[in-house]
Every structure is written in structure tokens, then in C-alpha cells.
Design a protein. Structure first.
Length: 385
């Protein structure tokens, strides 16, 4: 067998750190984490200078990167450009995300994802964030394109899931019925509640029907009040709800995130998403979104991206930066911050062979140094350019 052995770094296996150990891979898959005395003969040795070797990061919400927005051109080539733009920062698996647009854009994105997933270049599915959102919580989305879910949409999503493999749809609780959520969940479509002004009771009904979590907790949703817990309160309290968070210092005050991290109960966890726009991996200072100019504004933990009226329009953060933010600002251990970028999103997306380094997992890897900067990534055991 064609063995590769990674030495010289601590190894994070998706749950815990291994000291004084080596990672053995073969044919793009993990074989074992072992002591230095148990290495296969004739293996290629890859010596790392300290730091941590981790499963590659997984991002369930990526609108753009490398200078390209998916909405501008929902094609396989756009998906590859976006994935490459984020790979420098340790992301080896991502869901390109189409925000609210016309029906033809959704159709094109579905067709593009079918092809891109087969190519094995870091695209592992598709995230459709809209058009079934609430105008009351529109964020940077166009409210005139928003509408309720129809049964024909359910059929379209189910067919797309069957061909793509992993399909995540963000839907406002008030734009979908329990029956529709149940049908989608039973067919393997991952339903996330977001851009919603629903009550906590309605949110609980959708979670019980099969909605798996919420999209960017706290942002574009009904907030937590002491008599009206809203979608935020329901998501934190419901044991099965997973919560994506944007940890960039702009979208959510760190005190609110620290409270949510401490309060979240059940199997569901908080996990990092970037909600990144095209500027990540690019030196551009602006781009267009549905015909509106979005600007990069410097300052804070990282720069922010806003419409002319100051509305946040996605983020300018990468996954490695969210891990640094988790450790330095949210007071997480490095292990927990890494889980939130690897094993937790893998579990949310039901990606069985990613997000961990157990035998049989894909050898998608990221090496970080002591300041949590990515020095190298590997896709199926091959060093990425």
C-alpha cells in the first residue's frame, strides 16, 4: 500500500489531542494514529514542525470566496473557485451557498452541485438559503423574492438531495409546515430554520417535525426574551437543534455567544460557519449582491462587509480565524474550537467520513501552527497548492 506518515505535530482526531503520535494514511484514507514505533516500512514521511494536525475544516455556509459569489454565476467553476479560496484557511469541505434569488438561479446551483460534488474538489453539497424566508427578518436578502414553501418545492428539494447527496435548505418556520418539514427530513434533506420571526412554540414544532437546527444563531431571527424566547431561545433549549454561529466580532456580541455556548443542551451543538462572501481570499474591496454594492470595512477582529445603509451582508471571515476567535475571545479550549470546525459540522451535515481521523476517514487535513494559522492542507492525502 502507498503509505504516508505525518509526524512532528500533535494530532487532533476530531475529539481529542494525541501527543507523540503519528498519523498513517494510505490511498487518501486514514489508516491509524499510532506511536512512532509502529510505523509501516517504506512509508513516505511528512515531517511537521510542531503545531496541530487536524481534520480539514468543514463550512456549511459559504456564499463566496476567491473573488467569486455563487449567486453571480451558479456553476461548477464558481464552486471550485470558492472552495480553493477557502482551502488556504484550512477548509477542505464546504457547502457553496446560494442566497435568495430567482428560480432559475436555484435550478442552476442544483445542477452545478451535482457535478461539483462528483469532482472531489472540496464541494460536498449545496446550501440553499432562501427564497423561503421571512421578509420581517430579511437581513441582506431581497424580500420581494421570498415566498412560502409549496409542495412542488418539496419534490424539487428531495430530487436534488438524491442527486447531490448533501442538501441543506434554510427556511423560515412561518414559510413551511410541519408536514413539509417531516417529508424533507425523511428524504434526507437537512432543514435549518433561519431568517424567521417565529415564536419559540412554532420553532419547537418545526424541530420536533425534523428541522435539524438554525442558520447563524442570533442573526435574522426572533430574539430571546424572558417571556417570549423566540427562535434563539428555542434553538438553545431544544436538545436536537444544531446552531451555526458566525464568530467574527461583528455579527454577535461575544458575551451572547459565550452565554449560548454555556446554555446549549442536548445532542445539538454550536458550530462555526463563515457565511463568507467573495472577498475572502481576495484583495478586492467591494462586490455586488443582487445589484447592490457591498463594501469591505476595516476594523475589529476582522473586516466586515456591509451594504450602503450599514446592513451586514455576510462576513469577511475564514474558518481558521473563527477558531482563533473561539480561543482568544470566546474562551474556548483549542480542542473545543477545533471540534466546532470539524466534527460538529460533520455530524450536523451527516458526513460520516469527514471531520475526524478514525480509520477509513478521508485524509483531508489541515496543519495549524501555535498561533492557529494554517500552514498546509491536504485533500485525500495530497498536498493542496
Amino acid at each position: 500500500m502507498d503509505y504516508k506518515v505525518f509526524t512532528g505535530a500533535r494530532i487532533f482526531d476530531g475529539e481529542r489531542l494525541h501527543e507523540n503520535s503519528a498519523l498513517v494514511t494510505s490511498n487518501g484514507r486514514v489508516q491509524a494514529i499510532t506511536s512512532y514505533s509502529g510505523l509501516p516500512e517504506g512509508a513516505e514521511i511528512i515531517s511537521l514542525e510542531g503545531g496541530v494536525l487536524s481534520p480539514g475544516f468543514i463550512d456549511a455556509q459559504v456564499n463566496g470566496g476567491g473573488g467569486r459569489m455563487l449567486n453571480d454565476d451558479p456553476s461548477p467553476d464558481s464552486m471550485y473557485i470558492i472552495a480553493k479560496g477557502h482551502r488556504t484557511y484550512g477548509t477542505t469541505a464546504m457547502l457553496p451557498t446560494l442566497i435568495t434569488d430567482v428560480g432559475a438561479a436555484s435550478t442552476a446551483a442544483i445542477e452545478a452541485a451535482i457535478e461539483a460534488v462528483k469532482a472531489g474538489r472540496g464541494v460536498v453539497g449545496l446550501h440553499l438559503e432562501g427564497p423561503h424566508l421571512s421578509p420581517a427578518r430579511k437581513g441582506a436578502h431581497l424580500p420581494e423574492l421570498m415566498r412560502p414553501v409549496e409542495d412542488s418545492d418539496v419534490k424539487t428539494f428531495i430530487r436534488a438531495r438524491e442527486e447531490i447527496g448533501t442538501l441543506l435548505v434554510t427556511i423560515a418556520a412561518e414559510q413551511v409546515t410541519d408536514r413539509q418539514v417531516q417529508a424533507l427530513n425523511e428524504a434526507g434533506v437537512i432543514v435549518s430554520i433561519g431568517h424567521s420571526d417565529c415564536t419559540a412554540d412554532v420553532a419547537d414544532m418545526r424541530f420536533d417535525a425534523g428541522a435539524r437546527g438554525v442558520t447563524h444563531l442570533f442573526n435574522a431571527m426572533s430574539q430571546l426574551g424572558h417571556r417570549a424566547p423566540g427562535l434563539v431561545g428555542a434553538a438553545i433549549d431544544h436538545p436536537s437543534a444544531w446552531c451555526g454561529i458566525i464568530a467574527d466580532g461583528h455579527h454577535v456580541d461575544p458575551r451572547a455567544l459565550r452565554v449560548a455556548l454555556r446554555a446549549k443542551r442536548g445532542e445539538g451543538r454550536l458550530f462555526f460557519v463563515t457565511d463568507a462572501m467573495s472577498l475572502v481570499g481576495s484583495d478586492k474591496q467591494s462586490f455586488t449582491l443582487n445589484g447592490r454594492t457591498v463594501y469591505r470595512k476595516e476594523g475589529g477582529f476582522c473586516s466586515r462587509v456591509v451594504l450602503a445603509d450599514g446592513t451586514l451582508a455576510g462576513s469577511d471571515v475564514d474558518m481558521a480565524s473563527t477558531i482563533r476567535y473561539g480561543v482568544s475571545v470566546l474562551e474556548l479550549s483549542l480542542v473545543e474550537a477545533l471540534r466546532m470546525a470539524t466534527s460538529y459540522p460533520a455530524r450536523f451535515l451527516r458526513l460520516a467520513d469527514r471531520g475526524h481521523l478514525r480509520p477509513g476517514a478521508r485524509a483531508d487535513l489541515a496543519h495549524i501552527n501555535d498561533t492557529i494559522e494554517v500552514t498546509a492542507t491536504w485533500m485525500a492525502g495530497e498536498l493542496s497548492a
